[in-house]
Design a protein around this ligand. Structure first.
Ligand SMILES: C[S@@+](CC[C@H](N)C(=O)[O-])C[C@H]1O[C@@H](n2cnc3c(N)ncnc32)[C@H](O)[C@@H]1O
Length: 284
């Protein structure tokens, strides 16, 4: 992303999560703050025309995936909190709303929102504009994954490395260099035993069929035009191997089949995810 401009994709994916609230029944990801966080003008426009993103046949697949990855992260988080996790680190938080609807009593789960400084400043302005108050259980951590280590940023913000921690990292790995992705995953692997991460990633173009490849190219072109080109992709087998080598004892790769079975079974509207991205769950 450009150093001086907040992430445009953060707004775009938040808009689609908001559209999911209006269009899809049942909802896969129920987010009562999703419409407010996109800003008053965007929320009014979306309410007037919830189908504004339906210009291409790919749109429902993308909306489904965005809903599913957030749902998966928060399902895993809920399991972890039941087991005593008390820190939740949201990496590349964008307009994620968990901190503003944290269902746990104060003091149970502290949220650290880590993001590029420019995007984080923009989000804080947005929260203020739409009147969403900052909860006591939230700390903002400005970090550029390409130039700063997550460890430094978190420690300076009061993260306790001795506590078991849950991390989510949604919609970010494809925008970073492979070195930056691996450095962050190694840091998470070194977190206290019992810590876990949910993140999504794009499949390597070399693994795609010609039809998938043309959808991939169309999306990649849009992102490059928005100034946030995709850079890093993975082979699920190799990524699983690398995560195990880093020290994750449990590694669960979720491709479209697993995600559709888990979250989109028996729907009347046929909503389901496409096949370009996977969601990984890894536990130490
Ligand atoms: C597509 S948005 C996803 C936001 C959020 N996770 C979500 O799912 O709504 C990508 C996020 O990655 C962040 N990001 C991109 N490059 C980054 C970098 N070098 N350091 C820190 N954050 C970065 C952006 O600021 C943005 O918040």
């Amino acid at each position: 992303m450009k150093e001086t401009r907040a992430s445009a994709t953060a707004q775009r994916v938040a808009m689609r999560r908001a559209a999911h609230q209006l269009l899809d029944d049942p909802k896969v990801f129920d987010d009562p703050v999703a419409l407010r966080i996109i800003g008053k003008e965007s929320a009014s426009a979306l309410q007037a025309n919830p189908h504004q993103f339906e210009a291409t046949p790919l749109s429902p697949y993308l909306r489904a995936f965005l809903a599913a990855r957030s749902r998966c992260a928060e399902d895993e988080l809920a399991l972890c909190v039941r087991r005593g996790v008390s820190q939740y680190v949201i990496l590349g938080a964008g307009l994620d709303t968990f901190a503003y609807r944290n269902p746990h009593p104060q003091g149970v789960l502290h949220v650290f929102e880590v993001d590029h400084p420019t995007t984080q400043t923009w989000k804080r302005k947005r929260l203020d504009e739409v009147g969403i108050p900052l909860p006591n259980d939230l700390t903002f951590v400005p970090v550029d994954f390409e130039t700063q280590t997550l460890e430094e940023g978190l420690r300076a913000a009061g993260y306790d490395p001795d506590k078991v921690t849950f991390f989510s990292w949604l919609g970010v790995t494809e925008y970073l260099t492979a070195e930056a992705v691996m450095a962050t995953l190694r840091f998470i692997a070194s977190a206290t035993m019992g810590s876990a991460v949910v993140f999504d990633y794009m499949l390597s173009p070399s693994l795609l069929t010609p039809a998938q490849r043309s959808r991939f190219d169309a999306l990649a072109q849009r992102l490059a035009l928005a100034g946030e080109p995709w850079q890093t992709f993975f082979d699920p087998g190799l990524l699983t191997r690398d995560l195990r080598a880093m020290g994750f004892g449990y590694v669960e790769d979720n491709g479209p089949e697993e995600i559709n079975t888990r979250y989109f079974k028996n729907r009347k509207d046929g909503l389901r995810v496409g096949s370009l991205s996977h969601v990984m769950i890894a536990k130490g």
